[in-house]
Each structure stands twice: as structure tokens, then as C-alpha cells.
Design a protein around this ligand. Structure first.
Ligand code: NAI
Length: 454
């Protein structure tokens, strides 16, 4: 049998492409070596959010005197939290399995490797079988970068150094945790383990945390976590991992932080090795599969979506990229756009942003205007965030008077930001946005409030 589409990888890009292709009547095969749902569902987005939710409940229970609530004998059961996390993951993975089955999409639980091409199509080996597909979707995802810092390999072997994969299954909360890299993974895990009781230290190479996040917002986030007891060493370079801690250099001086566990969260790289891409001549660029705006590689009929194309490395981007790829395979022209993709950091307070930042506008030479409002302009925010220091920044293009960026820190920013993405994606002008009615009282009203400041 010749498949219409063979998908390598069953993460957000792969399984969603499978669903869309199956629903459109393509005979589709998804090949996944570990678990459907990929990193996001099994060892990333969903498990971390499950853990962070438990931590938030624990924090509410302990620190709510200011809301008129006190609780005694509040206990945290990390083992139960992990057990629940596994249940959540199992339920969702089961859901994907059922959906693919219902859409008559085949799933092979094995490592897939492209062998080459015949007149019938692309040949892919998996689990001792050879499959043939008229089209291929490369959706093999990414893996944590393991830098060549002395002691890292030994640390991993001993279970002392962990990535996002192992840390989500720790049996016990370590007394002390050193996080290398103050990006998204590092900050979310620092947040969880700080609430769960670890003494957390974050070592970051740059002079700020949270990467591309608006600088003012990243510094508010930093202050919030310093207040919660997390120690940060910025502009610091890790030089060695010892048996009992981490050595780093800052300001030309060597320092040492003791640790019971170390999290390595210095970024991810696309999984392109061992996939057999070279057998059909798929071109790479800076270690990622190079794609055009339709998601197609340089080889006609071979597409790539998700982290493996290195474009944005977010699960929600992967969903949309997968749809773009499948639509183009089906002959429906569809283009991937990257300028309205929200980014969220699920710390407490949450950080969310979409579109241009002041820093990116300056770099691109965009003539912009910005309004920066305290989240306290929202009644609902004040009611629910005692002492909150959140802000919301809205950026407009000075020439066209349309919104080009929205960035906020404050709960529940993660649930609001899609609205801002819609304003940007639909290129709405300020005058049109002013006619929109927002529900009151909601924290989202902060966006409407900011728009009226222009
Ligand atoms: P990241 O790129 O977000 O952050 C890595 C950080 O490590 C950077 O700030 C970098 O300056 C720092 N760094 C690099 N080498 C270092 C060194 N030797 N010593 C100290 N610091 C060093 O990568 P992260 O956090 O590993 O996340 C990986 C990917 O997963 C990202 O692409 C992210 O988009 C995605 N992700 C998204 C989440 C979300 O949307 N909420 C949550 C978790 C991950």
C-alpha cells in the first residue's frame, strides 16, 4: 500500500497533521518512537503546567492572609502531584490515540528512518517494516542542548544533572536546585521548585532573564522571583559541573553554588540526525530543516513542521505549521505567518506577549508609539491580585496606527493574549478596536484601556 502521507514524529506538529490529513481523506501514517503528543504533552507544556497548578494552589493556601483566608497545616505531597501529572498526560495521550484511530490514521510506534525514494514514493523504515508514502512530513521535534561544560556528561550519568524530561519525574523535591539558563524552561521549573520547597538558584549568561521578553517585563519578573527567594546570577557563565554543585564565572571571578540537582535548560536544537534526510537531499539551514512559507522543504512533496524547522519552537506554532503543510498538500494554498504568535511564560505572575517589542522595533527601525499601563487600571486585576505589580504595554505602528505588539505581566495574561494576537493578525486600526466591547470586569480590559491612551 502507498500512503498519501507519512509523518515522522507524533508531537503537536505530527499528530495534528495526522488529524487534519486523516479528516481530509488522506491515507496517513504517523510514526512515533516514544509517545504520541511528543515533548509538549509528555515532558513539556502539559506536565509542567500540571505541576505549576499544584504549586499555585499550595501558594494560595499558604499566602492568602491578605485575602482574608488562613489555612493551617498545609502540606505539599510532591509524589501525589507527579501521580496526578501522569494521569493528566495519560488521559490526553489516550485522547490523541482515539482521535487518530477514529480518523483511520495508522500509527507505528517505532523509530522512523527515511531510506530514499522509488518511483512509487518515499521509503521509510520503522519497526522492521518499510512504508511508502507519496508525501512526507518531517515533524521530529527538538532535543535539549547539552553544552560541552566539563562535568556535564558525568552529571547526567549520575542523575545529578537533568533536562526537562527527567526533572518532571523527580521522586522528591531536591533541597537545592541550580538551574542553568534563565529562559522559559528554567524559569517555569525554578518557579515550581521554589514553591515546592527547594532552594533555587538560576545562572544565566545574559544580563536579563526570559530571553526575548520585553526588558521591563523581564525585570519585573526577576524582582517577583527574587522576592519569593530565588537567587539569580546574571551575566554568569558556567564553567564546570562538580559532584556537589556548579562553578561559574561572573565579573572575572569564580564562584561555586552547591546543588542537590542541576537543571540544564540552555535551549533546544532540531532533531535532524538519524532521520535519513540526506537520503533524499533535504536541505538544512543552521541545523534546522529549511522550509518555505508553505512549509515545504527543497524536495517537492517533503514538508517540515514544528521545532525541527527551527522557526519558532512553540507547540502552538507547530499546530499552525502542520495545518499549513497539510493544506498545501491538499492543494489549498496556505501561508505561514510568524508575526502574531503569542509567547507565554507560565510563572506566577504569568508573562505573555505577542508581536513586536520595543527592542525589536528599534532593531528593525519600525516607527512605533507605546503605551505602558499598570495592570491596576483593571478593576478585576486589583480585586484578584493584591499587591500585584503587573504592567501591560501596547505598541502601535506610528504610520498605520495599527497594533503591532502587546506585552504583559500579571495573571491571567496567558488567557488574554490570544485576543491581542487577533488584533495584530487582523491588522485592526485603533479606531476599529475602540468600537469593540470587552466583558467587564475582566483583566483583558487593560488592552481596551491602553488603546484609549493613544
Ligand atoms: P531558552 O532559549 O528559552 O533559554 C535558554 C537560556 O539559557 C537563555 O536565556 C540563554 O541565554 C541561557 N544560556 C545558554 N547557554 C548558557 C550557559 N552555558 N550558561 C548559562 N545560561 C545559558 O531555552 P529553554 O528554556 O531551554 O527552552 C527551550 C525551548 O522550549 C524554547 O524554544 C521555548 O520556546 C520552548 N518552551 C516554551 C515554553 C512556553 O512556551 N511556555 C515552556 C518551555 C519551553
Amino acid at each position: 500500500m502507498v500512503y498519501d502521507l507519512i509523518i515522522l514524529g507524533g508531537g503537536p506538529a505530527g499528530y495534528l497533521a495526522g488529524e487534519r490529513a486523516g479528516a481530509a481523506g488522506f491515507k496517513t501514517l504517523v510514526i512515533e518512537e516514544r509517545f504520541l503528543g511528543g515533548v509538549c504533552l509528555n515532558e513539556g507544556c502539559i506536565p509542567s503546567k500540571t505541576l505549576l497548578h499544584s504549586a499555585k494552589i499550595y501558594d494560595y493556601a499558604r499566602f492568602s492572609e491578605k485575602y482574608g483566608v488562613t489555612a493551617e497545616n498545609v502540606k505539599y505531597d510532591h509524589a501525589q502531584v507527579i501521580k496526578r501529572k501522569n494521569k493528566v498526560v495519560k488521559t490526553l495521550v489516550g485522547g490523541i490515540n482515539s482521535k487518530l484511530k477514529a480518523l483511520k490514521v495508522d500509527v507505528a510506534n517505532a523509530t522512523g528512518k527515511i531510506l530514499g525514494r522509488t518511483s512509487e514514493g518515499f521509503q521509510v523504515a520503522a519497526g522492521g517494516e518499510t512504508y511508502t508514502g507519496r508525501r512526507l512530513l518531517i515533524a521530529t521535534g527538538s532535543s535539549a542542548i547539552i553544552p560541552p561544560i566539563p562535568g556535564t556528561k558525568e552529571g547526567f550519568e549520575k542523575g545529578f544533572v537533568l533536562t526537562n524530561r527527567e526533572i518532571l519525574d523527580l521522586k522528591e523535591v531536591p533541597e537545592s536546585l541550580v538551574v542553568i539558563g534563565g529562559g522559559v524552561v528554567g524559569l517555569e521549573m525554578a518557579s515550581y521548585f521554589n514553591s515546592a520547597g527547594s532552594k533555587v538558584t538560576v545562572i544565566e549568561m545574559l544580563d536579563h532573564i526570559a530571553g526575548q521578553t520585553d526588558r521591563e517585563i523581564s525585570s519585573i519578573l526577576l524582582k517577583n522571583y527574587q522576592k519569593k527567594g530565588v537567587t539569580f546570577h546574571l551575566s554568569s557563565r558556567v564553567t564546570e559541573i562538580k559532584d556537589d554543585g556548579v562553578v561559574f564565572e561572573a565579573d572575572g571571578k569564580q564562584e561555586f553554588v552547591p546543588a542537590d540537582k542541576v537543571l540544564m535548560s540552555v535551549g533546544r536544537r532540531p532533531n535532524t540526525i538519524g532521520v535519513g534526510l540526506e537520503t533524499i537531499g533535504v536541505e538544512l539551514e543552521r541545523g534546522a530543516v529549511k522550509v518555505d512559507a508553505y512549509g515545504q522543504t527543497n524536495v517537492p512533496g517533503v514538508y517540515a513542521a514544528g521545532d525541527v524547522n527551527g522557526c519558532s519552537m512553540l507547540a502552538h506554532t507547530a499546530y499552525r505549521e502542520a495545518e499549513v503543510c497539510v493544506n498545501n498538500m491538499l492543494g489549498k494554498r496556505d501561508i505561514m505567518r510568524y508575526d502574531a504568535i503569542p509567547a507565554v511564560i507560565y510563572t506566577n505572575p504569568e508573562v505573555a506577549g505577542v508581536g513586536e517589542t520595543e527592542e525589536s522595533c528599534a532593531a528593525k527601525g519600525i516607527d512605533y508609539e507605546v503605551v505602558n499601563l499598570s495592570m491596576r487600571y483593571s478593576g478585576r486585576y486589583v480585586a484578584e491580585n493584591e499587591g500585584g505589580d503587573g504592567i501591560c504595554k501596547v505598541l502601535i505602528n506610528k504610520v498605520y496606527r495599527n497594533v503591532i505588539g502587546v506585552h504583559m505581566i500579571g495573571n491571567p495574561a496567558s488567557e488574554i493574549i490570544y485576543g491581542a494576537a487577533m488584533l495584530i493578525e487582523s491588522e485592526m486600526r485603533l479606531e476599529d478596536i475602540k468600537e469593540l466591547v470587552f466583558p467587564h470586569p475582566t483583566v483583558a480590559e487593560i488592552i481596551r484601556e491602553a488603546i484609549f491612551e493613544f
